[in-house]
Design a protein around this ligand. Structure first.
Ligand SMILES: [Zn+2]
Length: 232
């Protein structure tokens, strides 16, 4: 795992701890923290889960009371916080979980970024939260988790026309493939994140690695994996 210090805890879930989409609705904080996925986060005060809608909007947590929120209370696709001991959760299956860390200003964010959210500028919205915190973009580290990659993620020519970043596409044997991790990385570099600050060790392709839930590969099962991050 990439440069995780004692002050930040990160967990990338996989098939062994996946769950059915929306199964966290109505769970109390106590019930959430009892789930095996949160075993490493038992010391946190709150676990925050949004109702993800492939939007560029998110939820900002600056006070303990803002963290005290039941799962799915708010719609949104990123969570930003300056608060310690608050676990931020994103659920994915092919879209990318993206973690943002500013160790200088001690703030973190996590985003659910597929092509739709990225095209809608969710990453720019996340960076706006850091700018509000007076973060220097050069200090922000980005960790991209398991997502659909260019080895497998076949798309149509209309899709390629719509996305400006042609560097995120690959062509093989007359077929077009799209790499979500590349698209995210290119978008963030264009926005001012330093290329050396990306960590893609965890950006395994969800479609061809059976360790991960994949919407493309197992659509009917509706499974999602958790990515969790907290400031300790
Ligand atoms: Zn693949």
């Amino acid at each position: 795992m990439a440069r995780i210090t004692d002050s930040i805890k990160i967990s990338f879930g996989d098939m062994s701890t996946c769950h059915v989409k929306n199964s966290l609705i109505g769970r109390s904080q106590q019930e959430l923290s009892a789930l095996p996925q949160f075993e490493e986060f038992r010391g946190v005060n709150n676990i925050v889960v949004l109702n993800q809608v492939h939007s560029p909007r998110g939820y900002r947590i600056d006070t303990p009371s803002q963290a005290d929120v039941l799962p799915f209370t708010y719609d949104g696709d990123y969570i930003f916080t300056t608060q310690k001991r608050v676990a931020l959760v994103i659920e994915t299956a092919d879209c990318a979980p993206v973690i943002f860390i500013d160790r200088v200003k001690a703030c973190i964010a996590i985003a659910h970024a597929g092509w739709r959210g990225t095209l809608g500028n969710i990453l720019g919205e996340v960076l706006s939260e850091f700018k509000q915190q007076k973060s220097d973009l050069q200090n922000i580290e980005v960790i991209i988790g398991p997502t659909a990659r260019g080895c497998c993620y076949e798309v149509g020519s209309d899709f390629k026309k719509m996305v400006r970043d042609k560097g995120a596409f690959q062509e093989r044997s007359g077929k077009i493939y799209f790499d979500i991790a590349d698209y995210i990385q290119h978008s963030l570099v264009n926005a001012g994140i330093a290329p050396k600050n990306f960590f893609l060790e965890n950006a395994v392709c969800t479609i061809c690695s059976e360790w991960y839930c994949s919407y493309r590969r197992q659509r009917q099962q509706n499974l999602r994996q958790f990515t969790i991050v907290a400031l300790k």
